[in-house]
Design a protein. Structure first.
Length: 142
């Protein structure tokens, strides 16, 4: 019985830590909104998507110009979010302009640095990512 209580407490601590880390990622130093509607003429080299329960969010990265594309495919009141990290820099790019659309955001990263990013569900109004909704990370060079 004591082992069961310890496992419950540790599970609760782990869940609270995950929620805090996920929300902190969205509230990072570079929390922005993707507003560009014109597709840049660059080659998208890495894309990641989430699917399930009718959720369809996609994010892509193009090293030429350090562009992100963010697609929100579901009318659910949430935003598609790119959660990214390059070295000590990190941030979140929210697509808050409605479902069935894609927005673009240009960044400026050092050349040949490793970028890792994932796509999540979040809310632009609170600048937070919804815990447990993120894809796995993908990596590429900038």
């Amino acid at each position: 019985m004591r082992t069961s209580r310890i496992a419950t407490v540790l599970g609760g601590i782990a869940a609270a830590t995950l929620l805090t880390v996920t929300q902190a990622s969205a509230a990072g130093a570079e929390t922005e909104r993707a507003t560009e509607t014109t597709r840049p003429s660059v080659q998208w080299v890495k894309c990641i998507a989430t699917h399930g329960d009718n959720d369809e969010y996609q994010a892509c990265f193009a090293p030429e110009g350090d562009w992100f594309s963010v697609h929100d495919g579901v009318a659910d009141g949430s935003s598609a979010v790119v959660d990214w990290q390059v070295g000590n820099r990190y941030g979140a790019i929210f697509h808050a302009d409605g479902a069935s659309s894609t927005r673009f955001k240009n960044k400026n990263f050092p050349e040949s640095a490793t970028i890792k990013f994932r796509v999540c569900k979040g809310h632009w109004s609170t600048k937070k990512i919804t815990a447990g909704t993120c894809s796995s990370y993908v990596t590429n060079l900038t």
